[in-house]
Write a new protein. Structure first.
Length: 148
């Protein structure tokens, strides 16, 4: 199961070249393949949502989680094909915003579902790592602009 592989990766039981991919294969240098990493994250969130109880509160929370989590990868794919630097930075800023929102929804879901907090923490950790990656990309872009 991908979630358990992700958990092993987060717990430093797997190296960067063993991060799970959406096709179930472990890819070399996948830690540098951000498009694949965001896709796997979206897939893991979808699997998590499909296994979650469909209570009244969960229906709202899970819908929001799916939207924000899958939006991270979609915006990154758009950023990767951006026509201008300005468009690239904008799309990356959306990735950052969606990663932060995803962590928030996971926090709410953990509170609403006693016993799901460990799964939520694993996904929250990945959302936080993605947030940090996108923050670093934006900082690097700003530094390059200042050095012109």
């Amino acid at each position: 199961m991908r979630l358990s592989k992700l958990q092993k990766y987060i717990n430093n039981e797997m190296t960067n070249d063993q991060i799970p991919m959406s096709n179930g294969i472990l890819a070399i240098n996948s830690s540098y393949n951000l498009a694949e990493r965001t896709a796997v994250f979206g897939e893991n969130v979808i699997a998590f949502v499909n296994k979650s109880p469909k209570t009244l509160a969960n229906k709202v929370l899970l819908r929001q989680l799916i939207r924000s989590a899958t939006s991270i990868g979609a915006n990154y794919v758009e950023a990767d094909c951006a026509a201008t630097k300005k468009d690239f930075k904008y799309k990356i800023s959306l990735c950052k915003k969606e990663a932060k929102e995803t962590a928030y929804w996971l926090r709410m879901i953990a509170k609403a579902n006693i016993g799901k907090d460990q799964d939520c923490k694993i996904l929250q950790q990945e959302a936080q790592e993605l947030l940090l990656i996108f923050s670093k990309i934006l900082i690097t872009c700003a530094k390059k602009e200042n050095n012109k």
